[in-house]
Ligand binder design. Structure first.
Ligand SMILES: Nc1ncnc2c1ncn2[C@@H]1O[C@H](COP(=O)(O)OS(=O)(=O)O)[C@@H](OP(=O)(O)O)[C@H]1O
Length: 346
């Protein structure tokens, strides 16, 4: 009898022990996968988060963006980069290509940015005309990051004719270097019209728009944008109220096509850069009819400017061309006097 009870007790104890062991394993198999979920609780406390090393990572890598300011970061690597001037930062431009529209501004920008010490905003930012209310911080954000010693440049051709632009640019930095690509106002007007009609094919012919009331041979319509813009001396007067002539460089749009290296030499000297961009960088593309680059920042192969640069112009009768030349002559002469350069537009 005693043996029977004892056997029964052993059996009950054995069963209980089995259940306990089973519960223990099941519990652990649930707890272990959940273990990491407890870590955020530690991290949530800032003091603890700093003290507890996250040993479950193979190495602790701190990613610091090179493009964003973090002045409080005192890591030796950061300090070294900064001391060496190797930490790229966005800067407001110290040079601007302010105009003129259809003068060859894109060509100049693409050619000068070949220089390793030049970094340019790719597209026209239109800060000093359309986006001024957004502030200088917004403008700076639009710029590429530069290393110390690199120059930031931006081109928006409408700055030249924007009334408020000279004062605004001066306010940003009175030492800003200003580049103006100028082109014969007659061909510039036709180029301007060519661009406009490509967007609005229903436009009247150039020869009609040039004259008041559209009657060929009457008074030149100086209120028409493409004509008005060619009176360069008028716009230059505004800029000279804020900047000395020595802070402006006038680039010949014509020479930029026939001898880009010569103009680039002038531009590099003006910007205080080493003469790096030379004739070796250019070749003349006979199909395009314009100088093109062997390589640049974005292209390792030879390339020309896009299709919207170097368009075919519509035919304009010689008598209309002559009327326009006669119209611009006194303004051109005034412009030559102001700049001290005869651009040879006849
Ligand atoms: N290398 C090269 N390749 C192509 N085009 C060249 C070049 N150099 C100067 N040009 C002339 O630039 C004219 C366009 O001027 P912009 O770039 O100032 O135009 S814009 O105001 O930015 O729209 C453009 O005017 P159109 O010929 O009327 O298209 C060109 O004559």
């Amino acid at each position: 009898m005693e043996i029977f009870i004892s056997k029964k007790s052993i059996l009950v104890l054995f069963s209980l022990a089995s259940i306990l062991i089973y519960i223990f394993f099941v519990y652990n198999s649930c707890v272990v996968p959940n273990f990491p979920k407890t870590i955020p609780k530690w991290r949530a406390h800032p003091a603890v988060a700093q003290e507890i090393p996250l040993v479950h990572y193979s190495s602790s890598v701190r990613v610091v963006s090179l493009l964003e300011g973090n002045e409080t970061d005192m890591s030796p690597k950061y300090k070294f980069l900064k001391e060496q001037g190797l930490r790229p930062e966005k800067q407001l431009p110290s040079a601007l290509i302010i105009g003129v529209k259809k003068g060859g501004t894109r060509a100049l920008l693409e050619f000068i940015r070949v220089h390793p010490d030049v970094r340019a905003a790719g597209s026209e930012v239109h800060f000093f005309d359309r986006n001024y209310a957004k502030g200088f911080q917004w403008y700076r954000e639009k710029m590429p990051a530069t290393l110390e010693g690199q120059l930031t440049i931006e081109k928006t051709p409408s700055y030249f004719i924007t009334k408020e632009a000279p004062r605004r640019v001066h306010l940003m930095n009175p030492s800003t270097k200003l580049l103006v690509v100028v082109r014969d106002p007659v061909t510039r007007a036709i180029s301007d019209y060519t661009q406009a009609i490509s967007k609005k094919p229903e436009m009247k012919p150039f020869e009609k728009l040039v004259f008041v009331n559209g009657s060929i041979g009457s008074i030149i319509d100086t209120s028409w944008g493409p004509i008005k813009l060619g009176i360069y001396s008028r716009y230059l007067t505004r800029w000279l109220k804020f900047f000395p002539l020595s802070q402006l460089l006038f680039v010949s749009g014509e020479r930029l096509v026939v001898d880009p290296a010569i103009e680039l030499k002038r531009v590099q000297d003006f910007l205080g850069l080493k003469r790096v961009v030379t004739e070796k960088h250019f070749y003349f593309n006979t199909t395009k009819g314009f100088p093109c680059l062997f390589k640049s920042e974005g292209h390792s192969a030879p390339h020309c400017l896009g299709k919207t640069k170097g368009r075919n112009h519509p035919y304009v009768s010689p008598s209309v061309l002559q009327r326009l030349r006669d119209f611009y002559r006194p303004f051109n002469n005034h412009f030559y006097q102001m700049t001290g350069i005869n651009f040879g537009w006849t």
